[in-house]
Design a protein around this ligand. Structure first.
Ligand code: NDP
Length: 292
């Protein structure tokens, strides 16, 4: 193995420490405690785990966490009424609606009912538009965390060839926007891409956000490339449940210059960025200087 392993867990701990310091200052100097409301509809076990860990991290950073667990049969009107209440609650600076929502609820409608200033996931159509036009916005947490690791490892990304595999609104598209914002030459690949292997082999920066276990083998990776593996896939191996990414870690690590592991790469950074976005939202709401 030759690649540097990008330690997302350690980086996330550093970011969370900075968030906690900022929160402590806001409390001491301004008497404000940032608050994050998380809304979960239904009983999806993976979503319950994510919501629990987000709530725990929020409290550990010194912020207020408001959890709203609603039954699966909640109507759209009931959910929109809760969001309206949270939009108007001055103690709530960030609101996150855990996706996926049960099928009878229209996710676009629900997300677009959030106050964009409190949309700490950055999925509201105004934040998407602001990001796309290079204006100040709320940036989606997973791509933001990925970008922070890339900048930390590479310094300037200017002029590098970046390939993002996956074009979802949550990861692939905003990731591509951020890389473009940092002056990369960006290719977005997806399930209809011709010669995906050839496209990946050109990447100085390869971001995999597909959701297919170990789909990208080491021989698709350009020597010395930086690989960000966003995928989180649960598989059965040797009678045990294991988490793996979208990249074949062992073979890719022999070729890449640096690579994020799964677990311990992008995942922890996503939560750290959620906390950072909540502090940013709180500062903006109160006309205070934002964290860097
Ligand atoms: P989606 O299912 O919404 O999108 C997957 C994308 O991958 C689609 O654009 C799809 O293309 C593309 N794709 C699927 N199959 C192939 C293929 N064979 N070749 C090329 N492209 C393909 O997933 P998400 O973006 O929401 O998530 C992606 C992964 O990231 C998942 O494993 C998810 O668990 C993980 N994730 C991790 C997070 C973290 O914190 N680390 C946060 C969010 C997600 P097409 O559009 O053509 O169908």
């Amino acid at each position: 193995m030759s690649a540097k392993i990008i330690d997302g867990k350690a980086f996330a701990a550093k970011v969370r420490g900075q968030v906690a310091e900022h929160v402590a200052r806001l409390k001491k100097e301004n008497g404000i405690t940032p608050g994050l409301a998380v809304v979960l509809v239904g009983e999806d076990p993976a979503s319950e785990v994510y919501v629990r860990s987000k709530g725990k991290a929020t409290v550990e950073a010194g912020m207020n966490s408001y959890e709203h667990k609603l039954p699966a049969e909640t109507s759209e009107a009931e959910l929109l009424a809760l969001i309206d209440k949270l939009n108007n609650d001055p103690n709530v600076h960030g609101i996150l609606v855990q996706l996926p929502l049960p099928k009878h609820l229209n996710s676009d409608l629900v997300i677009n009912s959030l106050d964009p200033a409190k949309d700490v996931d950055g999925f509201h159509i105004s934040n998407v538009g602001l990001l796309g036009t290079g204006q100040k916005s709320m940036v989606p947490c997973t791509p933001l965390g990925s970008l922070m690791m890339l900048r930390d490892h590479l310094g300037s990304l200017s002029g590098l060839d970046a390939v993002v595999v996956g074009r979802s609104n949550i990861v692939g598209k905003p990731m591509a926007q951020l890389l473009l914002g940092d002056s990369c030459t960006v290719t977005i690949a997806h399930s209809r891409t011709k010669d995906l292997a050839g496209v990946c082999r050109k990447a100085d920066i390869l971001v995999a956000a597909v959701g297919r276990p170990e789909m990208i083998p080491g021989d698709w990776v350009k020597p010395d490339a930086t690989v960000i593996d966003v995928g989180i896939n649960r598989i059965e191996r040797d009678g045990k449940t294991k988490l793996v990414g979208d990249v074949q870690f062992e073979s890719a690590a022999k070729v890449a210059g640096a690579i994020t592991p799964v677990p311990g790469g992008v995942g922890p950074m996503t939560i750290a960025c959620l906390l950072a976005n909540t502090v940013t939202a709180c500062c903006r709401a109160n006309g205070l200087a934002e964290p860097e």
